[in-house]
Design a protein around this ligand. Sequence first.
Ligand SMILES: C[S@@+](CC[C@H](N)C(=O)[O-])C[C@H]1O[C@@H](n2cnc3c(N)ncnc32)[C@H](O)[C@@H]1O
Length: 200
Amino acid sequence: METKMKKYYKSVFDNEQELLKAFIDIHLDGKDIELDPMYFKGNFYKGIKEPKYKFDISPIVLGVKKADARRLPLENESITSMILDPPFMFGIHGKTKEYYSSSTHGILQDFEALKELYQSIIREAYQVLKTKGILIFKCQDYTDNKTTMVHCFVWQWAVELGFYAKDLAILYLPKGKVSNPNLKQRHLRKVHSYFWVFEK
Ligand SMILES: C[S@@+](CC[C@H](N)C(=O)[O-])C[C@H]1O[C@@H](n2cnc3c(N)ncnc32)[C@H](O)[C@@H]1O
């Protein structure tokens, strides 16, 4: 008699679409992500279905409405699942803009600006999500002069605001960022990002 092998997902992915499909399967009961308030170009939706609600503070794609993820035009407790992918670079100085592809995603002024944005969007996510609703939060650690473990702060702020940290996946994308070859390397080059799954 033939026994069917059960498929298990592992926590590290090298393909964003596969990661999101695994989350949809495990954490969203196979249902699509309902809301993306930081849509940008919609790169998440190359292999999964587009969300019902799409917003961005400066929309560049047709069908995406203008809204601030800190104050969404949605009823409280109306959303089942959502994804947040905020800008993660901060600290504008000297050559920052030359070394990173900064113009597309925006650089935040400093850590305080990052903290204000992240706490506000997590708070708003908590407002609009139903009980047991799922927030997927993409983030990455950031090294400038020093390293900020952004994913740890995201965990802390989400848990403080009432979320349960249900799962965490790592996306490994070794595509190199531009760096200054004249500088001595003092930190590991970050080639991975984090996808938190928070449950309300
Ligand atoms: C890292 S990009 C998102 C990339 C997107 N996930 C994709 O795959 O194409 C961040 C986006 O957040 C938007 N954004 C920044 N602050 C925002 C805010 N307060 N409310 C809504 N969108 C915001 C930016 O305009 C940018 O499009």
